[in-house]
Write a protein that binds this ligand. Structure first.
Ligand code: PMP
Length: 426
C-alpha cells in the first residue's frame, strides 16, 4: 500500500498553489475558494460553542441534532427519501467523504466511470482505494455534458459505479434531468452504484436547476450522495461535509473509517454547521447572485483581454471559467512541458474511446498547451490558473480560472492578462 501511493497523482492544483506563494501580488484565480466570509450565523455558533466548552469528543458520525437537521434538509431541498439521521454521516469536508466512500465501496480492480474533465481528487481517491477510473468525456459542444451512447458503452462486467458531478468542476457543466434519468436507468439495469458529488448544488445560474440523482425513482438506495458546506456557506477552511447513505453495511464501514481517520469531525465546526442550518438561508442566494455577476464580469473582460487567445461560453453552474486556448496561439518552443509532470492516471492507458488518445490530448505531458499557457499567465501576468490537462486528457487545450474572487481581483487579473497577450510571442 505504501509504495502504491507513490504512483497516485497529486493534483497540479497543489503544485500551482506552492508556485503562487512565491509570486508577489498574485491574482489567486487558481484555487476554487470563494472570497466571501462565512455568515454570522456560523461565526456566532462557533464562538458560542467555544464559550460553552464544547471541546470534547463527540459521536463518530456527528452530533445527533446536526444529523437530524441535515436529514431534514436532504428531504426538503434535495428530495431524497432519507428516513432518519442514521442515514447521514458528517465528514471533514467533501474530500474526506469521497475518500471514505471509495474505501468503503470498492474492491481492487472495480471500475468506476468518471467524467473527463473532472476535479482531480476524484480519480486519485478511486486509485487510492485500488479502483480503476474509466473516463467518459464531457463535450464543450454539448454544454460540457456526456454522450449517452458513449457512457453506456463504457460499462463492463467490472463496472461498480458511475461518478456524476453536477455542476461540474472544472467545466461548470450542469447535467439535465434527461442526463440524470439516463444514468439512473443504466445504474438500475446494470446494478451499479452512483456516486453523486453535489459540492456545487447551490451555485447555478440563469434558468439552470440542481437535481439530486438520488431523488429519481428507486435511486436513493443505490446512490452515495456527497455534500459540503465549503461553497454554499463559504466554509472551505472550516472543513465540513456530509454523506447520505441508505445501505446499512456501507454505513457500518463508513463509521469505522470515520473513527479511524478523525474519531469525530471537529466539535466546534459541527456547532458552526448547526448555526448555518438554523440561520437565515438568504446568504446562500446572496452568494449565488454575486457569483453570477462575477461570472458575467469575467467573461465580458475575457472577450477583449484575451480576444483570439481564450474563449468559452459562460457556465451554468459552479464558479470556474474553463476556457479554450486558440490552437496555434502559443509558439512551438513554448509548448513543451518538462517540469509539468502531467502523468496519465493508469486507467487512462486503457480508456478506450473518443477524445482520449487524440493528438490534442496527450496525457503524458508532452506538448501540453495547457501547461505552457498556465506557466505563461502565472510567470508573466501573476495570474493563478490551472492547466486543463490536470483534470483529465480531455481538458488539454483548456485553462481554468476561478471567478469566485473579489471583483477588484478579477479586474486586476484581466488587466494583467491584456498585457500578457499584447506582448510579443516568444
Ligand atoms: N467536489 C468537487 C467537485 C469539488 O470541486 C470540491 C472542492 N473543490 C469538493 C468536492 C470538496 O470540497 P471540500 O473538501 O472543501 O468540501
Amino acid at each position: 500500500m505504501a509504495k502504491y501511493l507513490d504512483d497516485i497523482p497529486l493534483s497540479g492544483i497543489t503544485r500551482i498553489r506552492e508556485l503562487m506563494y512565491s509570486i508577489q501580488d498574485p491574482f489567486r484565480l487558481d484555487q476554487g475558494d470563494v472570497s466571501f466570509e462565512a455568515p454570522d450565523s456560523v461565526k456566532q455558533a462557533i464562538m458560542r460553542a467555544v464559550a460553552d466548552g464544547h471541546t470534547h469528543y463527540l459521536q463518530t458520525n456527528g452530533l445527533p441534532k446536526l444529523r437530524e437537521l441535515l436529514a431534514r434538509k436532504l428531504r426538503h431541498q434535495n428530495r431524497l427519501p432519507v428516513e432518519g439521521p442514521d442515514e447521514v454521516l458528517v465528514t471533514n469536508g467533501g474530500i474526506h467523504g469521497l475518500y471514505l466512500l471509495c474505501q468503503a465501496l470498492l474492491e481492487p480492480g472495480d471500475e468506476v466511470l468518471v467524467p473527463d474533465p473532472e476535479w482531480p481528487p476524484a480519480v486519485s481517491n478511486l486509485l487510492t482505494a485500488h479502483g480503476v477510473p474509466i473516463r467518459y468525456p464531457l463535450y464543450e459542444t454539448r454544454g460540457w455534458r456526456f454522450d449517452a451512447a458513449e457512457l453506456a458503452a463504457s460499462i463492463t462486467p467490472r463496472t461498480r459505479a458511475i461518478y456524476v458531478n453536477s455542476p461540474n468542476n472544472p467545466t461548470g457543466g450542469v447535467l439535465t434531468r434527461q442526463d440524470l434519468e439516463l444514468v439512473a436507468s443504466l445504474a438500475r439495469e446494470r446494478n451499479l452504484w452512483v456516486i453523486s458529488d453535489e459540492a456545487y448544488e447551490d451555485v447555478l445560474f440563469g434558468d439552470a436547476e440542481h437535481l439530486s440523482i438520488g431523488s429519481l425513482e428507486k435511486m436513493y438506495p443505490r446512490t452515495l450522495s456527497l455534500f459540503t458546506f465549503s461553497k454554499s456557506y463559504a466554509m472551505t477552511g472550516l472543513r465540513f461535509g456530509y454523506l447520505a447513505v441508505k445501505d446499512a453495511l456501507l454505513r457500518e464501514r463508513l463509521t469505522k473509517l470515520l473513527f479511524l481517520t478523525t474519531s469525530n469531525v471537529s466539535s466546534i465546526v459541527q456547532f458552526g454547521a448547526i448555526g448555518a442550518l438554523q440561520g437565515s438561508q438568504d446568504v446562500v442566494e446572496q452568494f449565488r447572485v454575486e457569483l453570477e455577476a462575477r461570472r458575467d464580469l469575467f467573461y465580458d473582460g475575457i472577450r477583449t483581454a484575451a480576444a483570439g487567445v481564450l474563449s468559452g461560453r459562460p457556465p451554468l453552474g459552479a464558479f470556474y471559467a474553463f476556457l479554450k486556448i486558440e490552437p496555434g496561439w502559443l509558439g512551438e518552443s513554448e509548448v513543451r512541458s518538462p517540469k509539468s509532470e502531467v502523468r496519465s492516471p493508469r486507467s487512462e492507458v486503457r480508456s478506450p474511446k473518443s477524445g482520449i488518445g487524440s493528438p490534442r490530448a496527450d496525457g503524458l505531458g508532452r506538448q501540453s498547451q495547457s501547461w505552457a499557457m498556465a506557466e505563461r499567465l502565472i510567470t508573466q501576468g501573476r495570474i493563478g490558473c490551472i492547466p486543463g490537462v490536470d483534470f483529465g486528457v480531455c481538458g488539454e487545450g483548456y485553462v481554468r480560472f476561478c471567478f469566485a474572487r473579489e471583483r477588484a481581483e478579477l479586474a486586476g487579473a484581466l488587466e494583467s492578462m491584456r498585457g500578457v497577450f499584447r506582448g510579443p510571442k516568444p
